[in-house]
Ligand binder design. Structure first.
Ligand code: ASP
Length: 340
């Protein structure tokens, strides 16, 4: 009996993988991804692969509109019942933002969605993009039903991943969560840590039409002029302050009053740590405690990408600020480690 051929939909958003050097060496998109089988003919041995080019851009140019466009196509594809998994080709610069956004936009996913790309273009000889593409297709066929990033032999949970290297092939890390899978001689999937289907929220009545502007993200530096922050606050609906260590930063009286007023008039404030590994714990030191006393929450061990996109999706769903605050410290798609 012959085994039924399985099918993977490849959605291309662009990135280095599909670029070629212009004269002078600068890389620019060059329709490479529309002709994927020319570059990686062996893809056909793995699965029935269909390629759709949704965008062909450097991912630094990616906007929240593009996240919604991609989420819409993934949702449609799930309902087509033709595919066993989906691969998204994407530039590495903002891949973790788009992957995180998708994990929150599509909480009730039914297929693996695997992002990948390359640190070098597919069209150059010593490329990492070919291996990444093959591993991503394999992950889409056999991996857990999650939004993942496959890069340099590792399948990471998308909303736990962050770009960690500009010039190494190991482009992504997952500072607070182990890899879901590793491709060595054989594949090794850690299925016990996959995000349980039973824990997926059912609050979404469909994809939001659009997303709000991102929150302002501000890393505190020693000696930063408080007025800069006070001035910036007046134009925001939300701010994520990146504090030190467990979530400490100075909150002089003037800033405290301003944050209080901002929150009372409907603004949302969250604390992230500038340190990527570990979790915010506002009660650990007195400066963090002073922040907590204002009703401000920490983002636990979420990446910046997860925190920003989660907040945008929760806002787009029209939830109250109280609800948003409580959901920001709960895991919706495996993006954070909850307090016990
Ligand atoms: N600038 C490129 C992009 O993000 C980098 C890459 O793909 O590796 O589109």
């Amino acid at each position: 009996m012959t085994e039924k051929k399985r099918n993977v939909l490849v959605l291309s958003m662009g990135g280095t993988m599909g670029m070629r050097p212009l004269e002078g060496g600068t890389l620019a998109p060059d329709a490479v991804l529309a002709d994927l089988f020319h570059w990686v003919p062996e893809l056909r041995n793995l699965a029935g692969v269909n390629v759709e080019v949704l965008q062909d851009i450097d991912s630094s140019q990616m906007l929240p509109e593009h996240w919604v466009q991609l989420a819409r196509r993934v949702e449609e594809a799930q309902n087509e019942h033709l595919w066993d998994g989906i691969v998204v080709l994407h530039g590495t610069d903002t891949m973790a933002y788009t992957a995180s956004a998708l994990s929150f936009l599509l909480p009730a996913l039914t297929l693996p969605v695997v992002f990948t790309g390359g640190q070098r273009p597919l069209a150059v000889t010593r490329t990492d993009a070919r291996g990444n593409l093959i591993g991503a297709v394999e992950s889409a066929l056999d991996g857990p039903v999650e939004v993942m990033i496959y890069f340099n032999n590792y399948a990471l949970r998308g909303n736990r991943a962050t770009k960690v290297a500009i010039s190494d092939f190991e482009g992504f890390g997952s500072p607070n969560f182990p890899p879901l899978g590793h491709a060595g001689i054989d594949w090794d999937w850690n299925r016990d840590i996959a995000w349980p289907i039973a824990r997926r929220p059912s609050i979404w009545q469909g994809l939001p039409e659009s997303l709000p502007t991102p929150p302002l993200v501000l890393p505190w530096v020693p000696g930063l002029e408080v007025h800069n922050l006070i001035q910036a606050l007046s134009k925001q609906w939300s701010i994520i302050l990146e504090a030190f260590g467990t979530g400490n930063m100075p909150i002089p009286g003037e800033l405290r009053d301003c944050l209080k007023e901002f929150i009372e008039s409907g603004g949302l404030v969250f604390i992230k740590s500038q340190v990527n590994r570990g979790s915010v714990a506002l009660g650990a030191y007195a400066p963090g405690m002073a922040i907590r006393e204002l009703g401000i929450r920490g983002g636990r061990d979420m990446t910046r990408e997860a925190m920003v996109t989660k907040l945008m999706v929760l806002k787009a769903l029209g939830l109250t600020n109280d609800k948003i605050r409580s959901m920001m410290v709960r895991s919706l798609a495996g993006e954070l480690t909850e307090a016990h």
